[in-house]
Design a protein around this ligand. Structure first.
Ligand code: ARG
Length: 471
């Protein structure tokens, strides 16, 4: 007989059990479900809603049930639908009918909202920590490459030289905003919904603030209908996760390109590469490719959740059971990618000579020739045209700007003098971008210093939240 079987005259069709049950995936919530129940039952005892000794018996029973589930000794059944009813069934089997008092003043609707929040706030702390490790790996590599020059690209055409450290720091800052988005979402996740009951609240004189305190929430949700019917905190997480995946996917794409024979800018460590079953010479950047590929499922989960929620009337609807698998999968996908990215970045080797050659054998100093003429009094639009002609001439001659003799250069403008060779050298070109955010070494060093301070702040935040969750 179902825990809710009282008003039914027949057993549920087996296909219905199989279709509607969530135990196959929500058993991941077992630990959080029982954590929530322990706080709830402590409150029931404290408020005199059940006897103190009953609360203690139930609490002991819950801990034993958790043990059994974790040891894989508990039988979880589809007939019991979800983790909440499976736990309650196991509890009653374990301690007898007094276990039936646990659910006083509570509904699965507020219970599941609580479990989701308990799960997610822990996942957020873990992911912020993992993002920090990737940011650190990027920053450490950047520090090794404050003199390494490579072409910066627009339209994937060589554009202007930049420091490799500068390029890597761009990703460190993207991930910093990802961290801040997660930290911000934490404020909204970390609110305690229990007490909303099925939708309207409860008639029992419960103490919601006590439960919030027990579970280290920053406060309680304000409206019972809202508490059980929205999953915007899941959408927010999936949205932040999508941006993380998008950033990692772009970096992955660059790693794939850079490790090709065509670019030949980096080599990923053997431990983070894979081979081909047929072509013995191959060394493939599979991890980067998969991280790029798995962004698809994360974006999909975001769209899925938004679509599931968009037509739902208040309050709880069974549709909302669809909130779980996408969230779990997203957390695992991100943890997998971030966990690999830190050591993969840390151990990659950088081929500075090839990067430099790509800069030297190119026209990425053309803007600097134009700027040189402007400094000598020419209007920029005119200098742009002059340099365009110089580049065209160079291409015809099979040369780069630095290969042209002074007289050749002076055909295009008499303003050009001997100091042009110094002005067009890759080192000068990079050093000249000496404004905040620019690619000059001192400016990239500033970016490194700034991110290191932010990383320290992130580390403290993670430690503080983790300590709170430990209790
Ligand atoms: N398994 C359900 C879910 O995940 C729990 C809440 C069920 N509530 C209900 N009234 N059927 O959404």
């Amino acid at each position: 007989m179902k825990l809710w079987g009282g008003r039914f005259t027949k057993p549920t069709n087996e296909l219905v059990d199989a279709y509607t049950s969530s135990i196959g995936f929500d058993q991941k919530l077992a630990e959080y479900d029982i954590q929530g129940s322990l706080a709830h039952v402590a409150m029931l005892g404290k408020c005199g809603i059940i006897e103190q000794h009953e609360a203690e018996t139930i609490a002991d029973g819950l801990k034993q049930v958790l043990n059994k589930i974790q040891e894989g000794e508990a039988t979880l059944t589809q007939a019991d639908e979800d983790i909440h009813m499976n736990v309650e069934r196991l509890l009653i089997e374990h301690i007898g009918p007094v276990g039936g008092k646990l659910h006083t003043g509570r509904s699965r609707n507020d219970q599941v909202a609580l479990d989701m929040r308990l799960y997610l706030r822990e996942a957020i702390v873990d992911i912020v920590g993992l993002l920090g490790a990737v940011q650190t790996a990027l920053t450490e590599q950047a520090k090794q490459h404050l003199d390494t020059i490579l072409p910066g690209y627009t339209h994937l055409q060589r554009a202007q030289p930049v420091l490799f450290g500068h390029h890597l720091m761009a990703y460190a800052y993207m991930l910093q905003r990802d961290v801040e988005r997660l930290q911000d979402s934490w404020k909204r996740v970390n609110k305690m919904p229990l007490g909303a009951g099925a939708l309207a609240g409860t008639t029992f004189p419960i103490d919601r603030h006590f439960v919030a305190g027990q579970l280290h929430f920053d406060g309680i949700t304000e409206n019972s209908l809202d508490s059980v019917s929205d999953r915007d905190f899941v959408v927010e997480f999936l949205s932040a996760a999508s941006l993380i995946s998008m950033h990692l996917s772009r970096l992955s794409e660059e790693l794939v390109q850079w490790s090709s024979a065509e670019f030949n800018f980096i080599e990923l460590d053997d431990a983070f590469s894979t081979g081909s079953s047929m072509m013995p010479q191959k060394k493939n950047p599979d991890v980067a490719e998969l991280v790029r590929g798995k962004s698809g499922r994360v974006f999909g989960h975001l769209m899925g959740m938004l679509t599931t929620l968009k037509g739902l009337p208040l309050a709880y609807n069974k549709d909302m059971q669809e909130d779980k698998e996408g969230m779990f999968d997203t957390v695992e996908t991100l943890k997998g990618a971030l966990g690999l990215f830190a050591p993969m970045i840390e151990t990659m080797s950088v081929k500075q000579d090839n990067m430099y050659r790509a800069v030297r054998n190119d026209f990425s100093n053309a803007t600097d020739l134009a700027d040189y003429l402007v400094a000598k009094g020419m209007a920029f639009r005119e200098s742009h045209a002059v340099v365009g002609q110089t580049v065209l001439y160079s291409i015809e001659q099979g040369k780069y700007l630095l290969d042209l003799g002074l007289e050749e250069l002076q055909q295009f403008s008499s303003l050009i003098e001997e100091d042009i060779y110094e002005a067009l050298a890759p080192e000068t070109v990079v050093a000249a971008r000496n404004i905040p955010g620019g690619t000059a070494k001192a400016r990239v060093q500033d970016q490194v210093d700034n991110i290191e301070a932010l990383l320290e702040t992130n580390r403290k935040w993670t430690e503080e939240q983790a300590a709170k969750l430990e209790g």
